[in-house]
Design a binder for this molecule. Structure first.
Ligand code: HEC
Length: 192
């Protein structure tokens, strides 16, 4: 068979078509499906503790999800927020809080990125105390302004000039539970 005669050799035409069909099926359908299946198995998501779960309710109630997603896309611009999200990441989430609007950063992995409890407390009390250009609202009602801290109070180390003079800022239950929740937002490792 000469190459020039390919278009007249019906066996060659069928063979080439079959090979192209199988290669494309493999590359475009089978391999991506296998890859996706490997990711879809539960990725070791851990059930939330009592306080973390209550923090999650506060997150829902306060509408944090109107400005924050918890869904990392497989795009270069999403790399700073963590690895791409996988179905298995949401096995224990009811409802999953994917979000649609990203006025603030994605929070799917914020517990790994920002592990400081004090930072989160200050940030919730007054976002501009730690991020001067922030447009995030302050959640003052999570906190009490007291003359003196009592025993067992969680005092927030708000920078000088950011709290009313002579007052100490004490974290209320909403603030403490919210921060527990935020710190629990760590993407479990997924196989590549
Ligand atoms: C109006 C939009 C808006 C709302 C509502 C909002 N945020 Fe934000 N958030 C932002 C913006 C903008 C930033 C980035 C600037 C900053 O760090 O303050 C941010 C940053 C953050 C960060 C730091 C993320 C990082 O990667 O450093 C956390 C944590 C956070 N927000 C939690 C919350 C929580 C919890 C709530 C609800 C109680 C909330 N946000 C509500 C806009 C918002």
């Amino acid at each position: 068979m000469s190459f020039g005669g390919l278009h007249t050799d019906h066996r060659a035409i069928v063979a080439v078509a079959a090979i192209v069909f199988f290669v494309l099926t493999l590359v475009m359908a089978v391999l991506p499906a296998l890859r996706e299946q490997a990711f879809s198995t539960p990725t070791g998501a851990r059930p939330r503790g009592h306080e973390e779960e209550r923090g999650r309710r506060v997150y829902l109630r306060e509408g944090c999800g109107f400005c924050h997603t918890q869904f990392v896309r497989d795009l270069p611009m999403d790399r700073p927020f963590g690895r791409p999200s996988r179905p298995g990441d949401y096995t224990l989430e009811d409802p999953p809080m994917l979000g649609t609007q990203r006025t603030g950063p994605d929070l799917a992995d914020v517990g790994s990125r920002q592990p400081s409890e004090a930072w989160h407390l200050i940030h919730l009390y007054d976002p501009r105390a730690v991020v001067p250009q922030s447009v995030m609202p302050a959640y003052r009602w999570f906190f009490a302004e007291k003359d003196q801290a009592g025993p067992g109070d969680v005092v927030v180390p708000v920078p000088a000039g950011r709290a009313p003079r002579g007052k100490v800022i004490v974290a209320g239950p909403d603030a403490i539970e919210m921060v527990r929740y935020l710190l629990s937002l760590k993407q479990p490792k997924a196989s590549p």
